[in-house]
Design a protein around this ligand. Sequence first.
Ligand SMILES: C[S@@+](CC[C@H](N)C(=O)[O-])C[C@H]1O[C@@H](n2cnc3c(N)ncnc32)[C@H](O)[C@@H]1O
Length: 301
Amino acid sequence: MTTLTAEVSLTDAELKLLQTLVYQECGMHFDERRTHFLRDRLQRRLKACQLDSFYSYYRLLTSHEGKQELAALLENLTVNETSFFRIRPQLDLFQKTILEEILKRKQERRDWTLRIWSAGCSTGQEPYTLAIMVCDALAYYYLRNPLPFEMPTPKPLIPPPWKVEIVASDISYSALLVAQQGIYNEQQMDTVDYTCRLRYFDKLGDKYSVKAGLKSLVHFDFHNLKTEFLPQRNDVIFCRNVMMYFDEAEQKRLIEKFYRCLNAGGYLFVGHAESLLGLTKKFQMVHKDSGTAYQRLEVRE
Ligand SMILES: C[S@@+](CC[C@H](N)C(=O)[O-])C[C@H]1O[C@@H](n2cnc3c(N)ncnc32)[C@H](O)[C@@H]1O
């Protein structure tokens, strides 16, 4: 152990070892354009651990005692950029077309459950946006198609007997903590209009706090998308701006997992800079007014 101020040199062999370890652990792939970022984060973690070589750091990461440091490194490598109502055309497709179709289909079967998974939810803006959109979609649906049951007063966010669950997961514990608190500043609320603020947020000093009713619909959990133990039986999966950090082989594996995590006829949304094109034949593209989603096809395995 030593106290270090200058940067410790990182050899190509050490970089390769660490790159491979990160890839194996979480699927993130650092190509030439992103190795500068990786080098920078590795230097920071080496300093924080007060180690004098990257090989010692690698040995720490691969040891039993190094589990916490491995989580800290992965956390430092994630990009957590997100916002409320991000990429409106995709959300419009989700709310106006896909949700409408799912609600109708489920009501006909008297299946009153709706389950949506936000995979890679970062600090929570995406799953809370989805919760708001589902509440509004249900209210609008039953304005036009009265429920075959008596509606309690005051009207609940989710009309019974519907049961809505939004599962939101990430690999970053610090992002999940912020998400669970559900408190956002004015800048983060920039894309939330005032009617939405009034209905779904409480003012907390100069910040906004997600109301308890909306919060109760979202369940946050740690899930590493690299593993096989992922939330099942979803009607819709949102995994936006996550796959872009994976290489093609890992993207294919992830799409296969999403296929298995979706109910028959379920939908997958990826980021607007991401696509399933050339990666799978098990989904069919749905495109409307600049919004794109992918519907699970029922193929024989
Ligand atoms: C750029 S954010 C996207 C947030 C949100 N989906 C959106 O589009 O606004 C990417 C998120 O994916 C998470 N992530 C990256 N690799 C992951 C993995 N292997 N398992 C789970 N989450 C991961 C990161 O921690 C980060 O919060």
